[in-house]
Design a binder for this molecule. Structure first.
Ligand code: HEC
Length: 234
């Protein structure tokens, strides 16, 4: 009986201390902010090699990390940018592409892809306009690859933008290119009439190209000629 009481005493003292000494309360906590875990690359005395991280077993792939489809993951097949999107073009895809483009690309490339984004006006290197001949003829896989790998001073966006979203953006870049050079005859008849009316009433500058995204979906996302110097992609 008396030995039982002695065994309880230290715990009772600790509880009392925690209640009576508010500043000491922090020391009584053993919850999520204080875990028995290893940070990456932290030294460990547990394993013989002194590293807490275990080497990957040979010939294994972490769950969800299998990159079996090279063209889908890189935009390149047999050393050349792929010409087609990996999935059919839909309005939803292009809208998703526009939304992601506006978030991740327009700060530098501008909302219409002219390379005059806000960051550029503050001194960042100006990217080329997507209207440039070379980029107009680039395959859709090329845009995917630039986003994935980065290009020159432009960083890779593979960490921020998922594979599927990078394809959606690549498709939307085609829309931007098309919207900036769409022939009047491609627009719906009502829009053509409205523009003709505007042109007739205003002697000023032509009410030129339609706003991005307002034009019809491009007939094809695959342009004519392949881009010659793909090996330049870093
Ligand atoms: C921080 C600014 C910035 C952002 C954000 C950015 N870019 Fe760029 N991008 C650049 C610059 C600068 C270049 C030119 C790089 C160079 O020549 O060194 C460039 C070049 C490019 C090129 C042209 C490559 C060529 O062949 O000339 C493409 C295509 C491109 N970017 C696509 C994108 C897409 C798509 C996004 C959004 C996921 C994006 N960029 C986001 C700054 C940016």
């Amino acid at each position: 009986m008396s030995s039982d009481r002695r065994r309880l005493r230290p715990r009772a003292l600790l509880a009392a201390a925690c209640l009576l000494l508010p500043p000491a309360l922090a020391g009584c906590r053993h919850d999520m902010q204080n875990q028995n875990k290893m940070r990456p690359y932290r030294l460990s005395t547990f394993y013989a090699d002194g590293a807490s991280a275990r080497p990957l077993p040979a010939h294994t792939v972490a769950r969800g990390d299998l990159r079996a489809d090279e063209a889908y993951e890189t935009g390149i097949r047999d050393g050349r940018p792929v010409a087609d999107l990996p999935f059919p073009v839909s309005r939803e895809l292009l809208q998703r592409g526009r939304q992601r483009y506006d978030i991740y690309c327009s700060p530098c490339h501008g909302r219409v892809g002219d390379g005059k984004g806000m960051i550029v006006t503050r001194g960042y290197k100006q990217p080329p306009s997507f209207e440039e001949e070379q980029l107009r003829h680039a395959q859709v896989g090329y845009f995917f690859n630039v986003m994935t790998q980065g290009f020159g001073v432009m960083p890779s966006y593979s960490a921020q933008v998922s594979v599927a979203d990078r394809w959606a953006i690549a498709a939307y870049i085609r829309v931007l290119q098309y919207s900036q050079a769409a022939p009047l005859s491609d627009l719906p008849p009502e829009t053509q009439k409205a523009i003709a009316g505007d042109l007739a009433t205003s002697a000023g500058p032509a009410a030129g190209s339609p706003a991005p995204g307002s034009a019809a979906v491009p007939p094809s996302v695959a342009p004519a000629a392949p881009r010659p110097q793909t090996s330049e992609v870093p």
